[in-house]
Structures are given as C-alpha cells and as structure tokens.
Design a protein around this ligand. Structure first.
Ligand SMILES: [Zn+2]
Length: 98
C-alpha cells in the first residue's frame, strides 16, 4: 500500500539524517535528501488526505448518502463520481468552495 511505503521511506530518510553528523547546508547530499524528504512528506500528506476522503465516502455508502452532494444535497453527476469516486460535493458546489 502506498501509504505504508511512504511511511517506510520517511523512516529511512529520518534515520539517514540521524546517521549523518553534517547538516544540510554543508553536506552535498543534504539538499537532495531534504528535497526528497519534503516530497515524500507531501505525498504522504496527500495520501492520508485521499484515504480519509475514501473513508468518508465509505461511510456515506453505508448510510445511503453516497452520491449526494454534501452541500446542496443534489445527486453528484455519475461522470464525476467515476472520475472521483470519493467526491462529496457536486461539481457546482466544488467550484464554489474552491
Ligand atoms: Zn452541490
């Protein structure tokens, strides 16, 4: 699972940092490591966000509100749900929220 892999990578980055006595500014590998770490961190955050959206969608499936807009209560277009199954807003509301 993606999120497990990212967690492992984060752990590896963090221990690589601990093993190295030099800091990012003086270590030629430092900036790369820091960059990759921030990339992983961003991906991890994104995955966690994605997972919580999917969890929320599963809850809506169970209580029968799946496919209904969380804001206006109208049905979310099936094309939108196909592209983004975890969507909880119809396209009109999503555009207004952003
Ligand atoms: Zn709506």
């Amino acid at each position: 699972m993606l999120i497990d892999r990212l967690n492992e990578e984060m752990g590896a980055f963090l221990s690589a940092r601990r093993d190295s006595p030099t800091d990012d500014e003086h270590d030629p590998e430092g900036p790369t490591l820091a960059f990759e770490r921030s990339q992983s961190s961003a991906m991890l955050k994104q995955s966690a966000q994605h997972l919580s959206e999917i969890d929320a969608a599963l809850v809506r499936l169970e209580d029968g509100t799946y496919g209904l807009c969380g804001r206006c209560g109208k049905e979310i277009a099936s094309g939108r749900l196909e592209a983004r199954p975890q969507a909880h807003l119809c396209i009109v509301c999503a555009a207004q929220v952003r």
